[in-house]
Design a protein around this ligand. Structure first.
Ligand SMILES: *[C@@H]1O[C@H](CO)[C@@H](O)[C@H](O)[C@H]1NC(C)=O
Length: 336
């Protein structure tokens, strides 16, 4: 669940516990220890710990916290619609097929049916602009209890996604995490429901959370092909922050679906710092990816990178997921 990432930063995409990150490591050590498993590996001890996975059709509720650019919102919505809608191969729903390979004790697969079932606009920053992990749960509580436009409290098959705008600081955001998933506590929200959070990183830390559309400032290396110009990968929907968020949303969605109560699919012996199905493939977007190289991806006619197609002609770049059958990271744009 906590992730070391290959662009020279120790980056925890989805820790639910704040593991202290090893800031003292040299960049080289961090680089060398970056994990990725594009090649088949029997060293990965991904195990099922008997808990539930999200097998019922998911009702996804979006909570837009803060001030949002409508263009970024529609990019994100289109990505979510694409999860269960047809689009030319390789599509977002083809990408989700890898997640659907995970089952629970009864042999039921993770659902392929994800619908946006409600949206809540918390444009008044109900809990301020400096949030902790627990205040994210309070934001969910506000969204399900506000008058007159509350989201339903759907503890049967609801999944709550909190997205914070560029001006919102979240505990550990940009220092260690780009997003995380967990479940709500009855003491705060009233019931236990899976949720995840992702922050807009476009202005706070694009090099960390909107990679590979932005270059990590402290990588110790210049951007590739830099001759005064940033020659890094263009974002397929025109905004490094929103396009970068989509890969983090994809990552969290895969993990919350396969480990919603943090007792289902993960690797590692420490349940407070599990390595989940997307953590194993951070930084890998295509064949050959890993160690700072994104892998074989496509370029649109403007030269922007992408690896899957979505609804309305959209293109997205999402990281690969650990495939439990092939025992390697995999995506529909794989060359083999
Ligand atoms: C369900 O999971 C099993 C085990 O990974 C897999 O063989 C099967 O194809 C999956 N079904 C779907 C619909 O994805």
């Amino acid at each position: 669940m906590q992730t070391l990432y290959s662009h020279f930063l120790f980056l925890c995409f989805s820790c639910f516990s704040f593991v202290s990150l090893v800031h003292s490591w040299s960049q080289n050590q961090q680089f060398n220890q970056a994990n990725n498993y594009e090649g088949s590996s029997n060293l990965v001890n991904l195990e099922y710990h008997m808990g539930p996975v999200l097998t019922a059709p998911i009702n996804l509720y979006i909570i837009w916290y803060g001030h949002w650019n409508p263009t970024h919102q529609s990019t994100i919505r289109d990505f979510l619609y694409s999860l269960s809608s047809p689009a030319p191969f390789p599509s977002v729903s083809d990408w989700w097929r890898t997640v659907r390979l995970y089952t629970d004790q009864t042999g039921s697969n993770i659902t392929g049916n994800i619908a946006i079932s409600g949206e809540y606009y918390d444009y008044k920053y109900s809990h301020g602009n400096r949030l902790t992990r627990l205040t994210i749960q309070s934001i969910i509580k506000t969204s399900v209890s506000s008058y007159p436009r509350a989201l339903p409290l759907n503890y049967h098959n609801g999944l709550y996604m909190v997205l914070t705008s560029s001006d919102v600081l979240v505990e550990e955001f940009c220092r260690a995490v780009c997003g995380f998933h967990y479940f709500t506590f009855p003491a705060i929200v009233g019931v236990t429901m899976p949720y995840f959070w992702v922050g807009y990183s476009g202005s706070q830390c694009p090099g960390m959370c909107a990679y590979p559309f932005a270059w990590p400032k402290y990588s110790g290396k210049p951007p590739p092909g830099s001759s005064g110009v940033d020659n890094i990968m263009g974002a397929p929907n025109g905004d490094a922050g929103a396009d970068g968020m989509i890969s983090v949303i994809a990552h969290e969605l895969a993990e919350v679906s396969s480990n919603p109560l943090v007792n289902a699919w993960y690797a590692g012996d420490d349940p407070t710092a599990p390595t989940e199905i997307a953590d194993l493939c951070v930084g890998v977007y295509g064949s050959g990816g890993g160690g700072g190289y994104v892998g074989e991806v496509y370029k649109d006619s403007w030269g922007n990178g992408f690896n899957v197609n979505g609804v309305r002609g959209r293109k997205f770049l999402v990281q690969w997921i650990w495939n439990p059958v092939k025992r390697r990271c995999f995506g529909p744009n794989a060359m083999d």
